[in-house]
Design a binder for this molecule. Structure first.
Ligand SMILES: C[S@@+](CC[C@H](N)C(=O)[O-])C[C@H]1O[C@@H](n2cnc3c(N)ncnc32)[C@H](O)[C@@H]1O
Length: 243
């Protein structure tokens, strides 16, 4: 089941990111807290022992901002970073990474066909789930990819619980993000998709329930500091021990 109508067919989302890839890092760099908040979500995964001996998945890694956050939280882990947008992945690969980080191009729905198998000791999905055609099916797939007890962190926007959050989101999108996207790329498709898809996405309670319905346990969420309070959240969920 998809989550609301956002005006951009979900299958087309990675293509829209291709168009915005060149401007992505500059745009998110101008967003106070963007990188810090990814780091906070990665730390909230409570990855043990600097990630020594662990294998982590960055699902929808984009230009590598979330990969860098995971790497900082777990510098000794092996990290597999997957994205379907060639443009975004090219930006990521152009950066400097240790050999423990591997980038793979393809849809997260088809990981096995890309030669990526579980189990993983943790998955970070930053700003991904909202864009998926069938989030429930993907959450179940994430569960099967995780070792028992391992954590999924979905770093995601959710504004429906707070009128102030909706007001702020509308103001930030129409006052900053969409005009800035136009200045950088002369195309607002991606940025209007971002605006609409966030308004259409689950409330915090609804998304937590989605995670529990997929079979995760210990589901909870924490929001971020700054203007993103009650707008950006880390949703944390564990694979049960008894599967
Ligand atoms: C908003 S970006 C976030 C990138 C990165 N995680 C970050 O935090 O900066 C979302 C990314 O998800 C990717 N994406 C969307 N749907 C996807 C899918 N079905 N499979 C793989 N990647 C997907 C897009 O190509 C895009 O790079």
């Amino acid at each position: 089941m998809s989550i609301g109508d956002t005006g951009l067919p979900r299958g087309a989302v990675p293509d829209a990111f291709d168009a915005g890839a060149g401007a992505y890092d500059q745009m998110v760099g101008a967003n106070p807290g963007y990188h810090d908040h990814l780091r906070i979500s990665a730390l909230r995964m409570r990855i043990s022992d600097r990630g020594r001996g662990l294998r982590l998945l960055d699902a929808g890694c984009g230009t590598g901002a979330s990969t860098a956050a995971l790497l900082e939280a777990a510098p000794e882990a092996e990290i597999v970073a997957v994205d379907a947008s060639e443009g975004m992945l090219r930006q990521a690969e152009a950066k400097s990474w240790p050999s423990s980080v591997q980038f793979v191009r393809g849809r997260i729905e088809a990981l096995a066909a890309l030669g990526v198998e579980g189990p993983f000791d943790g998955i970070l999905a930053a700003y991904l789930v909202r864009n998926l055609a069938d989030p429930d099916a993907q959450l179940k797939r994430f569960l099967t990819l995780l070792r028992p007890g391992a954590t999924l962190a979905a770093h995601e926007y959710s504004v429906r619980d707070s009128r102030r959050a909706v007001w702020t989101w509308n103001a930030v999108c129409w006052g900053i993000i969409i005009p800035s996207g136009w200045r950088h790329t002369r195309d607002t498709t991606l940025y209007r998709h971002l605006w609409r898809s966030v308004l259409a996405f689950d409330s915090v309670t609804r998304f937590r329930r989605r995670l529990a319905d997929a079979g995760f346990v210990g589901v909870h969420s924490e929001t971020m500091p700054g203007w993103q309070r009650d707008i950006v959240h880390t949703f944390l969920a564990n694979a049960p021990h008894d599967r």
